[in-house]
Write a protein that binds this ligand. Structure first.
Ligand SMILES: [Zn+2]
Length: 311
């Protein structure tokens, strides 16, 4: 009896030692890996060298140290024009959204950070920086890097625009996206992200428009144009064009680095034709869903990447 107890006790001790060292290993590793994935803005998001200097609307020493504003460990803003900021959330993959102030002072948020918490932090920053103004939001697709923060927007009464197909696909395939995301985050160094991605609410847009028709939003004499060029990275991705600023938010259909990312939902045949349909926009700045570049050549760069990928 005594022996059995000793054996059980020894086994338990071994288990605890092993388990604790595994946990400790996971924790140490997690910290290393997290800083590696999220990186510095230079590695993971928009780097100052790659930012476009603009003078059309009056600002922006985009290469200056003031152009990047870190809000949190994984979240920062980059000023691209006076009153226009690219938001980069690395959770853990760096993804961009866009916050623009219109001439009537209202604000347009294109896509959201991955989480409601990060979205709340952006809105708090916006309130401190711009003051309190009406905000409208647009989701450019149903993937979680387009709308993971919708819960915060809806809680704050902010109208969220998205296409009828975005709403449909989110309902049909939102769970698939979550499963793919969790699969990609299984190693213990991603634990922090895995834990949160498990339960991020995927709330649909509150205001829908027919995908094929797109949407024009008016702000006194300014418009914002939401346009569907055809299937691309996902069947429902749209772009958002700010004509007075010559900014085109291309989102995930525009490739902002040398690589393709996840193409499981893509229409590789239609994608290049759809990108050709974006050539009509007179753009000085194109904001991709991911990657450090922001220049008008990103349409051609996307075509090049697609040609390489499908060769
Ligand atoms: Zn994306």
């Amino acid at each position: 009896m005594k022996n059995t107890k000793t054996i059980a006790f020894t086994a338990l001790t071994f288990y605890l030692i092993l388990h604790c060292s595994w946990l400790r290993g996971c924790k140490d590793h997690q910290t290393d890996q997290a800083s590696q994935i999220t990186g510095s803005p230079d590695q993971a998001g928009i780097s100052p060298e790659n930012m476009v200097e603009t003078n059309s609307t009056g600002t922006a020493d985009a290469t200056g140290s003031n152009s990047q504003i870190r809000i949190d460990q994984d979240l920062y803003l980059s000023q691209i024009q006076d009153g226009a900021y690219v938001i980069t959330h690395s959770f853990p993959w760096a993804a961009h959204s866009l916050l623009v102030q219109m001439k009537d002072q209202s604000l347009v948020l294109v896509d959201t950070p991955y989480t409601p918490e990060a979205t709340r932090q952006v809105l708090e920053w916006s309130k401190d920086h711009f003051g309190v103004h009406p905000i409208i939001a647009i989701n450019t697709g149903y993937h979680h890097d387009n709308l993971g923060g919708n819960r915060t927007l809806i809680d704050q009464g902010i109208p969220v625009y998205g296409s009828d197909l975005t709403i449909k696909l989110l309902k049909q395939k939102g769970d698939d996206i979550r499963r793919q995301t969790l699969d990609a985050l299984q190693e213990c160094q991603y634990q922090r992200f895995h834990d949160r991605h498990k339960s991020i609410p995927y709330d649909p847009p509150t205001h829908s428009f027919p995908l094929q028709e797109g949407l024009d939003l008016s702000f006194q004499d300014e418009t914002v144009q939401v346009y569907f060029p055809g299937p691309t990275h996902a069947p429902d991705n749209v772009v958002v064009y700010f004509p007075t600023r010559k900014i085109l938010f291309g989102g995930c259909m525009i490739i902002g680095w040398d690589g393709m990312g996840n193409t499981t939902d893509a229409d590789l045949e239609a994608w290049p034709k759809s990108i050709q349909n974006l050539m009509q926009f007179d753009a000085d700045i194109i904001v991709p869903g991911h990657g450090p570049r922001l220049d008008a050549n990103l349409r051609q760069h996307t075509l090049n990447m697609l040609a390489q990928h499908t060769k």
